[in-house]
Design a protein around this ligand. Sequence first.
Ligand SMILES: O=c1ccn([C@H]2C[C@H](O)[C@@H](COP(=O)(O)OP(=O)(O)OP(=O)(O)O)O2)c(=O)[nH]1
Ligand SMILES: [Mg+2]
Length: 159
Amino acid sequence: MVEISLRRLHPDAVVPSYAHPGDAGADLCTTVDVRLAPGERALLPTGLAMALPEGYVALVHPRSGLAARCGLSIVNTPGTVDAGYRGEVKVLLINLDPREDVVLGKGDRIAQLVVQRVEQARFVEVETLPGSSRGEGGYGSTGGFTTPAPTTDTSETTR
Ligand SMILES: O=c1ccn([C@H]2C[C@H](O)[C@@H](COP(=O)(O)OP(=O)(O)OP(=O)(O)O)O2)c(=O)[nH]1
Ligand SMILES: [Mg+2]
């Protein structure tokens, strides 16, 4: 188990905690009250700053209960908290419900933080990539869809 130093930036901040032993996500709470209209987004404070050890990342994931019940999600899901970040951890919520407002209060659990080890890569430019079974197939190349594929490719990528 990795230890993460936390700083409380607000008296109402709640230290993240796991609902059950072995859970991947530790719940993140907000320090504010907010009402989100359909389609509205808001950057919510957690009142916490942290120092992740080098070689770790914390990912800000939505909570499935809020997603299923209220259509609440995170715009940039999963949010990335870099190891070197010392600012306040914030959560960019969005109300995806087409009709109902989402009302959240101070202390509510709005997201979950998944702490993971992470590698940095060295990117090396080459002329030819090694072959693979998948090759260039992607974007549904393995099938299983009832909806037809889009007919226009707006990608500007050239090979
Ligand atoms: O859900 C999130 C996502 C990011 N951050 C903080 C921590 C992260 O280290 C920093 C920058 O995030 P990111 O790299 O995703 O955003 P950017 O748009 O690339 O900003 P920057 O130019 O600062 O890297 O913002 C959060 O608090 N919550
Ligand atoms: Mg960045």
